[in-house]
Each structure stands twice: as structure tokens, then as C-alpha cells.
Design a protein around this ligand. Structure first.
Ligand SMILES: C[S@@+](CC[C@H](N)C(=O)[O-])C[C@H]1O[C@@H](n2cnc3c(N)ncnc32)[C@H](O)[C@@H]1O
Length: 243
């Protein structure tokens, strides 16, 4: 008997295709079905990253978010829309599994770090074999792009999503040694205010599209506008013990 079909959640790394693991590249090249998330009307960053790596007869499942930034995260309609969407995505993947086809789900960075794949993973539990392939995270790509280590000695690294409210962000920032602020985008003005309130603004570094084409790295103090794309984050490097 052949092995049951498997769903692979494959981390693609931070954006430079050469930073993909050997295992990820092999699974992508051999995939008979790939699935990837995207905004309707866009090619999707994950799909763009694997251009030229796929088999000619690969079946593609483009999983298009019903909402992204049109509704606020606090609106119950947002969670409702996404719940239904992820349920439907799982059914789409399981139809391939039932037909004996493995499915490779493309995930930006690492699949288990704030990624959409985890919402499929939790729903798939027990319904199909799942293999998760870790990837270099976006934050690792970004601090490498900044050219400065993120943590020294006993530094504690704090990772916060910029989607937190301003009071929570400020509270978290009060006790950091080293900091990564993810999901920046339209939250930049709020994050900047929290960094100023906690005396961190002068140490903050803004990174856009780390390791990708169009990469930008600059001190936050030199970023005069409030425009930040989806692929952007802020770093505050640790200043811990060094020999
Ligand atoms: C939904 S999270 C997914 C994170 C991903 N799973 C990872 O391991 O990096 C998306 C956020 O990650 C950050 N991000 C990921 N890759 C990035 C990159 N190459 N440059 C800048 N920010 C990045 C951005 O803050 C973005 O809003």
C-alpha cells in the first residue's frame, strides 16, 4: 500500500529565494499541488517567490483572503469571514488528499510564526498527515539586513505585533532589551508614538522588504513619512554584555 497523501506546510524564508531550505526547494520542485494565500487580484508574494521552480503540470490552489484590511481586526465580521474562509481552504486541500495527491502549502518566513498556515494546521488535525518545514523568519532576514546583531549576552528579545493597542505596545516596550515589531504597515504612527513614549525611538531601525528586491534599512528617525508596506518591521538592537 502506498503512503497516504500528506499536506506539507513549507517555510520559504524571508524573501531572497536563495534563503530557502534545501528541503523546501525539493518539496516545491516535486509538488503536484501547491497552495498559497494571496489578496484577490494580486499574484501573492509566496507564489512569486517560487516562480520558475514548479513542475509544468502543477495544480495550483490560490487561497484568496475574503478580507485583509477592509474591516478592523476588532470587528466580529472579520473573524467570521476568516473562520469560514479557513474552513473552506481545508476542504479544498482535503479533496486533493482524498484523491491521493500531496499538497505543498507555501508559507512566507516560518510557518509557525504568525502565519496563515497555522489556521489550516489546527483545522487539519487528524484528518491528514501534516509535515511542517521550518523557514528562516522574516525578522531574522531583517536583523541580518540591518548589519547589527539583535541580541548580545543576556539580552531578552521581545517580539510584538504592531496590531496591539497603543497602551499595550507602550507597556511591553518599557521593559525591553531588544525588540522586534512585526505587522507594521498602517500601524507605523502608533508604533512610533509608543517608541517615543518609552525613549526607544532614537535606537529604532526601520526595515522594509528585508532580503527582497527593494530592501530598505534606515534609522526610524530618518523616516519622515508614515507609509509602511506589509513587509516592514522595526528593530531595536540589544546592548547587552559583550566580552
Ligand atoms: C503575518 S506575519 C508572517 C511572518 C512570517 N511567518 C515570518 O516567519 O516572518 C507578516 C509580517 O512579518 C514581517 N515580515 C516578514 N518578512 C519580512 C521581510 N522580509 N521584511 C520585512 N518584514 C517582514 C512584517 O512585519 C509582516 O507584516
Amino acid at each position: 500500500m502506498s503512503a497516504p497523501a500528506t499536506i506539507y506546510g513549507v517555510g520559504l524564508g524571508p524573501g531572497d529565494p536563495e534563503l530557502m531550505s534545501v528541503k523546501a526547494a525539493r518539496l516545491i520542485a516535486n509538488a503536484s499541488v501547491i497552495a498559497h494565500f494571496r489578496k484577490p487580484g494580486r499574484p501573492g508574494n509566496a507564489r512569486t517567490l517560487v516562480e520558475g521552480m514548479l513542475a509544468a503540470d502543477v495544480i495550483e490552489e490560490a487561497l484568496e483572503y475574503p478580507v485583509t484590511t477592509e474591516i478592523t481586526l476588532e470587528d466580529p465580521a472579520y473573524a467570521d469571514a476568516l473562520r469560514g474562509f479557513y474552513d473552506e481552504c481545508v476542504q479544498r486541500l482535503l479533496r486533493h488528499v482524498s484523491a491521493g495527491r500531496d499538497v505543498t502549502v507555501l508559507c512566507e518566513g516560518d510557518p509557525f510564526l504568525y502565519g496563515s498556515f497555522m489556521h489550516l494546521h489546527s483545522r487539519l488535525d487528524g484528518q491528514a498527515p501534516i509535515v511542517v518545514v521550518p523557514g528562516i523568519s522574516g525578522m531574522s532576514g531583517c536583523w541580518t539586513a540591518s548589519g547589527v546583531p539583535i541580541t548580545f549576552g543576556d539580552d531578552v528579545l521581545t517580539v510584538v505585533p504592531a496590531t496591539l493597542d497603543e497602551a499595550s505596545l507602550t507597556e511591553r516596550m518599557r521593559s525591553i532589551d531588544a525588540l522586534v515589531v512585526m505587522k507594521l504597515g498602517r500601524n507605523l504612527p502608533k508604533v512610533r508614538r509608543a517608541l517615543q513614549a518609552t525613549g526607544l525611538a532614537e535606537r529604532a531601525v526601520y526595515v522594509e522588504r528585508g532580503t527582497m528586491a527593494g530592501e530598505k534599512v534606515l534609522p526610524l528617525a530618518e523616516k519622515t513619512d508614515d507609509e509602511a508596506p506589509y513587509f516592514s518591521m522595526i528593530l531595536v538592537h540589544g546592548r547587552g554584555r559583550r566580552p
